[in-house]
Design a protein around this ligand. Structure first.
Ligand code: SAM
Ligand code: SF4
Length: 333
């Protein structure tokens, strides 16, 4: 069977973001609470099931797969999964396998990723200051991450730095992180914090609209819009003074849903058609049933009918926001 996944608004779905675990070795304050309860391991799809799922998506027109989590590199056997998926790169059915990682495990895995066919990765980094990094991630792991970034670049992986802009914590550091990233030949993307899951903090206290950040940056740097497209929701500018590219992901100040080309699958096989909405379809039930291929295709068709037009993320004032009660680490960022 081979036909394109298209939702009822005519959007072709060509991009799968697959969360391979909800576990993580950091505890970023905007992502999860320190006392996060993780899913029982028995609920997770096996590596074989993850591979089978990916094959079904590829047969239906998905061209790009991003592995995420939780922290994808803490999932045992992940490298084997990537190696197996790379056969779809060789056959030309898939354009790209990529990864979003916090970087802590990269000194161990960067070479393997490159040799398995991964060309570029996103690394999340919210501060270059050891104390601030520890405050934001609740772990003293900045050096480990920086060593991981070195290893990734040395292995020949193209690296993009993702930074969540957070009011009153890393906001003053954004220019210096950008200069550091651009100085090392890495693009950088800023992300607005999204109201996803309970984190024992008020989202309003964290939320920094990127419109403000852009205005601030424009006082010191020459920002020129670029039409660069990477298949994601970011809008990009080129920064004349650094020569680098800076992206803005603005789910709150500038909704980008009209061009949505993606779906997300959790490590338990739930497909969420929108990061900010609760609708989901159970692919694990389909894959574990008597006729997995047919059941999966039927489930994907159902998912397409139910893909909503847009999210409705909002953070207005203290205690008032609309979003999702799932943590980002569950759905996969
Ligand atoms: N652990 C990996 C990492 O941190 O890159 C992958 C998973 S993480 C959930 C993916 C991305 O989501 C990271 O860039 C992280 O900063 C971002 N993120 C997590 N929670 C978020 C939130 N509530 N709002 C905006 N971005 C968030
Ligand atoms: Fe872990 Fe990534 Fe969430 Fe930080 S943002 S706690 S690294 S999953």
């Amino acid at each position: 069977m081979s036909y394109q996944l298209t939702d009822k608004f005519g959007r072709d779905i060509t991009y799968l973001r697959l969360s391979v675990t909800d576990r993580c070795d950091l505890r970023c304050t905007y992502c999860m609470a320190e006392t996060m309860t993780f899913l029982p391991r028995k609920n997770l799809l096996t590596l074989e099931e993850l591979e089978q799922l990916c094959a079904s998506f590829i047969a239906r027109g998905v061209r790009k797969i991003r592995l995420t989590g939780g922290e994808p590199l803490v999932r045992k056997g992940l490298m084997g999964l990537i190696e197996n998926l790379s056969s779809h790169l060789e056959s030309g059915d898939l354009d790209e396998i990529t990864l979003t990682t916090n970087g802590t495990q990269l000194s161990k895995y960067a070479d393997n990723l490159k040799s398995a066919g991964v060309q570029r990765i996103n690394i999340s980094l919210d501060s270059l200051d050891r104390d601030m990094f520890q405050k934001l991630s609740r772990r003293d792991a900045l050096d480990q991450v920086l060593t991981g970034i070195d290893a990734a670049q040395k292995a020949g992986l193209k690296v993009k730095i993702n930074t969540v802009a957070l009011k009153g914590t890393n906001s003053d550091e954004i220019p210096s992180i950008m200069e550091w990233a651009h100085g090392r030949g890495m693009d950088m993307t800023l992300i607005e914090v999204m109201p996803m899951g309970d984190i024992n903090e008020d989202r309003f206290d964290q939320y920094l609209p990127l419109t403000e950040v852009r205005d601030q940056l424009a006082r010191h740097y020459t920002l020129t819009d670029t039409p660069l497209k990477t298949g994601g929701p970011a809008r990009y500018v080129r920064v004349a003074e650094t020569g680098g590219v800076l992206g803005f992901i603005t789910p709150l100040t500038n909704n980008f849903c009209a061009g949505c080309n993606r779906v997300r699958v959790t490590c338990t096989g739930q497909i969420y058609m929108c990061l900010g909405q609760a609708d989901r379809v159970d692919l694990r039930e389909a894959i574990r049933g008597p006729e997995p291929l047919k059941a999966l295709n039927d489930a994907l068709d159902r998912a397409m009918i139910n893909k909503p037009e847009a999210h409705d993320f909002r953070i207005d004032k203290t205690g008032t926001y609309s979003g999702s009660n799932r943590h980002m680490s569950v759905t996969g960022g």
